[in-house]
Design a protein around this ligand. Structure first.
Ligand SMILES: Nc1ncnc2c1ncn2[C@@H]1O[C@H](COP(=O)(O)OP(=O)(O)OP(=O)(O)O)[C@@H](O)[C@H]1O
Length: 273
C-alpha cells in the first residue's frame, strides 16, 4: 500500500459535511454471487458535502458496493437510503432521478456519437423523446433542446473537452473518456457523485485536471464518493476513508490513519501474497 504524505492528508470537511447530515446510507448490505458474498454486511454513510474515499485490495467488493448504491444491482440483504428515503427496491434510473450519479471504472461512451451527443445522453426527462409532445408543444421541445445543448457545452467546457465537441467519442484517450463520463452524469445534476477509479490509466496532466474538477464540484456542494487505488489522490481529496476487505467494512478514518493501520496493511499484503 503506498505511503500517504503527511502534508497531503490535509483535506478538510466542507461546512455542509461538518454538519453531518447523511445523504446516502447503506445498511447491512449484502449480495451473493453463487457461493461468493461479494458484499457482506456493509454499512456506511456519505454525508452531505463530504468527499469520502473507498479503498481496499482488489476484489474487496468496492465496485459491487457502488453497483448496489447506484441501483445497477439489487442487494440480497440490507437497505439503501438516499436523503432518508428507502430506495432499495428502485433501479438505476430512479437513483439518478433522486440525485445519485456514478461513473464506471472503464467508461464506455457511444463511440460513433460525437462528444457533445454523448453528454446529451445524460439528461433526464427528455421532452423530445415523448412523441406526442412534439406535436402538442413543438416550441417548448425546441427550447428545451437548445437549453440542453447549452448546458452540455458548458459541461464540456468544465471538463476541458470543448475543442472535441464534434469529434466521435472513439478518438478520446482513456483520461478524456473519464472526463466525458463526468460531464455526462453532471447533465442530470446529481447531488452525490460516485467515482469509480477516476485516476486509473490517466496521464499525470489530465489527472491534475480531474482532481481539480472533483474539488470544484465538491466546493459547489456535491458529495463525492471515490473508489481509488491511488492513495496520494485519496489523501489529497478525502477527509475520511472507508476500507473494505472481503466484502466487509474493515475500518475507517483519515487517509493517514488508515494507511498506517496494521489491519489495513495486512489486508493488502494478504491479497498480494
Ligand atoms: N457479476 C458478478 N458475478 C460474479 N462475481 C462477481 C460479479 N461482480 C463481481 N464479482 C466478484 O465479486 C468480488 C468483488 O468484486 P469487485 O469488482 O466489487 O471488487 P473491487 O474491490 O472493486 O476490486 P478492484 O479493486 O479490483 O476493482 C470479486 O471476487 C469479483 O470477481
Amino acid at each position: 500500500m503506498p505511503d500517504v504524505d503527511q502534508n497531503q492528508a490535509q483535506a478538510s470537511l466542507t461546512p455542509a459535511a461538518a454538519e453531518g447530515a447523511v445523504l446516502v446510507e447503506a445498511k447491512d448490505l449484502a449480495i451473493q454471487f453463487g457461493g461468493l458474498r461479494a458484499v457482506d454486511g456493509m454499512s456506511l454513510s456519505l454525508h452531505r458535502g463530504e468527499m469520502l474515499g473507498l479503498i481496499g485490495p482488489n476484489g474487496a467488493g468496492k465496485t459491487t458496493l457502488f453497483n448496489l448504491i447506484a441501483g445497477n444491482l439489487r442487494p440480497t440483504e440490507g437497505r439503501i437510503l438516499i436523503g432518508g428515503r428507502d430506495v432499495s427496491a428502485e433501479g438505476a434510473d430512479q437513483r439518478i432521478a433522486c440525485g445519485v450519479g456514478r461513473t464506471f471504472q472503464i467508461p464506455r461512451p457511444f463511440s460513433e456519437m460525437t462528444v457533445l451527443e454523448n453528454v446529451l445522453t445524460g439528461r433526464q426527462d427528455q421532452a423530445g423523446e415523448r412523441i406526442w409532445m412534439n406535436f402538442l408543444q413543438g416550441a417548448r421541445v425546441a427550447r428545451e433542446e437548445r437549453q440542453a445543448v447549452g448546458k452540455a457545452r458548458a459541461l464540456l467546457d468544465f471538463v476541458t473537452l470543448s475543442h472535441l465537441e464534434n469529434e466521435p467519442a472513439r478518438v478520446l484517450s482513456g483520461g478524456q473518456r473519464k472526463l466525458l463520463e463526468l460531464a455526462r452524469i453532471l447533465m442530470a445534476e446529481p447531488t452525490a457523485i460516485l467515482l469509480d477509479e477516476p485516476a486509473a490509466g490517466v496521464n499525470p496532466t489530465l489527472l491534475e485536471v480531474i482532481i481539480e474538477r472533483i474539488r470544484r464540484l465538491n466546493a459547489d456542494g456535491k458529495s463525492i464518493f471515490l473508489i481509488e487505488h491511488n492513495m496520494e489522490m485519496v489523501a489529497r481529496l478525502c477527509s475520511r476513508v472507508v476500507v473494505m476487505a472481503a466484502g466487509r467494512h474493515l475500518t475507517e478514518g483519515t487517509p493517514r490513519d488508515v494507511a498506517r493501520d496494521p489491519a489495513v496493511i495486512e489486508a493488502y499484503l494478504g491479497t498480494a501474497a
